[in-house]
Write a protein that binds this ligand. Sequence first.
Ligand code: PLP
Length: 360
Amino acid sequence: MIPAAVAVLNLEAVQHNLSKVRSCAPNAKIMAVIKANGYGHGMVRIAEALRNVDAFAVARVDEGIRLRKAGMSNRIAILEGFTCVEELHELLTYQLEPVVHSLAQLDIFEARSEQQACTIWLKIDTGMNRLGFKAVEFAAVYQRLKQCSIIRQPINLMTHFANADEVDDAKTLQQINLFNDTVSGLVGERSLANSAAILAWPQAINDWVRPGVMLFGISPFPESTGQQLGLKPVMELHSRLIAVKPIQAGDSVGYGGRWICKQPTTLGVVAIGYGDGYPRYAKVGTPVLVNGQRVPLIGRVSMDMITVDLGGITDAKPGNAVTLWGEALPVEEIALWSDTIPYTLVCGVTQRVQLVEKIG
Ligand SMILES: *Cc1c(COP(=O)(O)O)cnc(C)c1O
């Protein structure tokens, strides 16, 4: 029996994608970004598949603690840092390395007298205008952090790009130049590049790279698929047909009755919906694979089901296999049809979907 709504994970593809990172950045250390439950793939499972990386990065302290409790001994950076003394205490207990981006964090550090217990990543805001210190305040902040006995020296230095996925946009070079000018002469290790920069901005590759989405075989660029970049998708989302029936010209399908049948055809109902993380805004025409053949989505996506026009497939039956995205149907393509980015699709797969590891 083919189950409804399963995400099949090809963990061998993770190592393949890691080798692509290494070929783009052969001399850099790799900090694998596995926040948000490993981009929806299962954080601990992905960490186990990536045991040979130099470090992991997650967004939040609780994600880092979960990795430690699962037995990971790699270095772990916490990209959002901490906001209170209690969280700093947890960072120290679990040997996690916070990103330091705010004056409030400095005040917390300065109140401590431990010796050299905390490795940090000092973040410079070079144009993203989200987290980090501005170049003009950097020197003063750096001096204060140098005086903190709790902070291990030398301090690691990082920034994050706003537009690295736009390969013609000069902003990334401006960010790289501002970063290099700001940290010039300091001895700490440097980290700039996310997936898009690893693939498109060799000037951004430094002591450390921070790949996220590319490890999952997904392209960071709107104009290409991961497969076109030599990556292999890790996740395939599958379900099954649960009903097959004729519909007549003039019949409307689904909530709102927005799609109206123009000529007699065969309708297929698939057990997948936004309750599984299939995008609610997928447009009519979004491709779906039924028994390996492409058919268009029709009508609105509902919570548990979608409807497709089985048209030419004469032998489709309830129970047949359906693929929503995967090797033969890039998730990047589904993202374009849904006016979103593939990151949101894989992150959005819900609890109801079984995650299973592909064998062999
Ligand atoms: C999420 C994140 C990354 C990884 O980005 P991708 O586009 O998935 O490669 C790298 N650095 C920081 C600071 C991040 O928040």
